[in-house]
Design a protein. Structure first.
Length: 361
């Protein structure tokens, strides 16, 4: 049969070859508890044993035992525990930085295998989006996504601050403007059109600025960012970007309130296309200085990595890419928004336009 007879006979058995060389990493770390590492990561991220237990679905005492066992195996103290707070030691910080990415990759691999076995996308999706864009654009699309993927639950969080994917346990984040963070994957959904707008009542009383320098002679409505700084207006000038911070007669920390003030005739503001599309098409707002509209901004969908992307995230990204791309294409029921020169009166401004994703002609 070609097999060694000694396997089945009483002949002398041959010893397996001994491993020669440095210790095997898998063998030397086999004793380290995987549960202990997961418990450690959860405590480090949540900042307490109780919250880590809630996240893992086990009791606080079970988390504490797992971490204590891991500390014994490693021979180091990973946390400083007091009655009020739990903080990482210097060794704990170093261990966390080394372990975090590996544990996340393992979790993603396990999740991917489960999804292959389970079939259609399922699970919970945690999404962060700027407040105005979330209300106006993202939230209305969730009904269709849920209808297409009923096994996926969605939690939409409206927040104008940059998303912290790790600390916030964020799966997907929408961002507006320019992408400068190279550590995340960013897919542009459509260009982000910006319009300098005023209400016809304001135009009738004060006119419109004829150039950028003329903005200082007008009443402006400003937006205060979560950082506390005033949002600068951006304009395209000679192929570059020029930023201005006009003196605002009114300021808000909510872009919808800025829009309402402009609609009420309080002044001029630079607003995103998704906010003002309908108002421009109906004549409730007029726009000017379209030749200086910035052309390098966009609406982006962001996630931490392309590797081991769970099915629920992949389905959400694909759905939003398809449907927002359709929103960004010009409508068939009307031409693109045509903006006349700033010297014309409000009566000369058109009543029809294009979708909010289309740039001014």
């Amino acid at each position: 049969m070609g097999m060694d007879a000694n396997i089945f006979s009483g002949g002398a058995a041959r010893a397996l070859p001994m491993r020669v060389g440095p210790p095997d990493a898998l063998a030397s770390n086999f004793a380290a508890s995987h549960a202990g590492v997961l418990a450690f990561i959860a405590v480090a991220m949540e900042g307490s044993f109780a919250k880590a237990g809630g996240r893992l679905g086990i009791g606080r005492s079970a988390v504490s035992r797992s971490v204590s066992k891991l500390e014994t195996q490693l021979g180091v103290r990973l946390f400083v525990r007091t009655t009020r707070r739990t903080t990482l030691t210097s060794e704990g910080e170093r261990f966390y930085e080394k372990c975090r990415d590996g544990v996340e990759r393992i979790a993603q691999a396990v999740e991917e295998m489960r999804e292959l076995r389970a079939g259609p996308p399922s699970g919970h999706l945690r999404v962060v989006c700027p407040t105005g864009f979330g209300r106006k654009v993202v939230a209305p699309l969730l009904h269709g996504f849920r209808a297409a993927h009923p096994a996926v639950s969605v939690e939409l969080l409206l927040d104008d601050r940059p998303a912290d994917f790790t600390a916030g346990r964020i799966d997907v984040a929408f961002r507006n403007g320019r992408m400068e963070d190279s550590s995340i994957i960013a897919r542009q959904l459509m260009p982000m059109a910006m319009f300098l707008c005023a209400a016809p009542a304001y135009v009738a009383a004060h006119g419109l600025p004829r150039n950028l320098e003329d903005l200082s002679n007008h009443r402006c409505v400003g937006l205060r960012l979560p950082s506390g700084h005033a949002c600068e207006w951006e304009f395209k000038v000679d192929g570059g970007v020029r930023r201005l911070a006009p003196r605002a007669m009114l300021s808000f920390n909510d872009e919808d309130l800025v829009l309402q003030a402009v609609l009420a005739g309080e002044g001029i503001a630079q607003l995103a296309g998704y906010q003002v599309d309908e108002h421009l098409r109906t004549g409730a707002l007029v726009a000017c200085l379209s030749q200086h509209a910035p052309a390098d901004r966009g609406h982006y969908l962001c996630y931490p990595s392309r590797q081991h992307l769970p099915g629920r995230i992949r389905a959400f990204v694909d759905y939003m890419t398809e449907h927002m791309g359709a929103l960004g294409r010009p409508r068939r029921d009307g031409p693109r928004l045509h903006l006349p020169s700033c010297g014309q009166s409000a009566d000369a401004w058109p009543r029809a336009g294009a979708t909010w994703g289309a740039r001014a002609a």
